[in-house]
Design a binder for this molecule. Structure first.
Ligand SMILES: [Zn+2]
Length: 273
């Protein structure tokens, strides 16, 4: 099985029979249900392995250390207190250690007898994010490269839009018969133009970056840029969607600065060069 973020009802009939559980990355909505599978050997990417063992490392992945600076006030409520989950999903507050039985590197493979599964390290969403290619049936599971209509999410401390872009290009070249993600329906070659959907998806991030660059023709401070409607693509505005949008904005500013297109002045204003 790949990922375990659903509730107990979905897993009722397979709890005893899953012997290998592959985790795409260590966000809560992919790992909440690991305790349902007592017989499973759990595999996760080498890069994120420390986050399954150590609460402080796990916490550092969220980027909440930047909350006060980006949001202008301390973080009062946990994400779990702001979002209601179905009652069969075991959401415990805080960190749950996950004992790993194997570490995934790019190219790692498993043979189930029916299927040959190959791991692809596709960072960007998180630094250890993996996709899985079911080679025999040419099905690509792309995890949280999820073709969300709101575009890619790269709001974690070790998320990277540069890496996200590279990972999406890599998947685009694979031309799978079926692309299945963590959060939407499966996409089928012949009915869906998978390569184009992947390009349109990453374009949402690129368009945001283009708008930021246009807006910086005159000097602006971070709060001013963050308040612009093009910075957030989410239909709802909660403290968390606002925080993630700001984390992603920060990554675009740093990326544009690395590319030599903008600079930050001593007074905290950003501007095009
Ligand atoms: Zn995720």
């Amino acid at each position: 099985m790949i990922d375990a973020g659903s509730g107990g009802r979905a897993y009722r009939d397979i709890r005893e029979s899953v012997d290998i559980l592959l985790l795409s990355h260590n966000h809560f909505d992919h790992i909440n249900g690991v305790s349902f599978f007592p017989n499973a050997q759990i595999w996760a990417s080498r890069e994120e392995a420390p986050g399954y063992e150590d609460a402080a490392v796990y916490a550092s992945y969220n980027g909440y250390q930047h909350w006060e600076k980006l949001m202008g006030q301390p973080r009062h409520r946990r994400f779990g207190q702001t979002t209601k989950m179905p009652e069969d999903i075991p959401v415990s507050p805080g960190f749950i250690p996950v004992p790993l039985g194997g570490l995934i590197d790019d190219g790692q493979s498993w043979d189930t007898g029916h299927e040959h599964i190959i791991a692809l390290h596709t960072p960007g969403h998180s630094h250890g994010h993996c996709s899985f290619w079911l080679e025999t049936s040419n099905i690509l599971f792309s995890g949280d490269i999820d073709l969300s209509p709101y575009g890619p999410w790269y709001g974690g401390n070790y998320s990277s839009f540069d890496q996200f872009e590279k990972s999406v290009r890599r998947l685009e070249l694979m031309d799978p018969a079926v692309l299945t993600t963590s959060h939407r329906r499966p996409f089928v070659r012949g009915e869906d133009n998978i390569a184009q959907l992947l390009r349109e998806y990453i374009d949402i991030g690129l368009q945001k970056e283009h708008n930021i660059l246009q807006y910086l023709k005159v000097p602006r401070d971070f709060q001013d840029i963050a308040d612009q409607p093009f910075v957030s693509t989410y239909p709802t505005r909660t403290e968390y969607t606002q925080f993630w949008s700001r984390m992603m904005l920060l990554k675009h500013l740093q990326r544009l600065e690395r590319q030599g297109l903008i600079t930050e002045f001593d007074d905290g204003q950003w501007r095009r060069i």
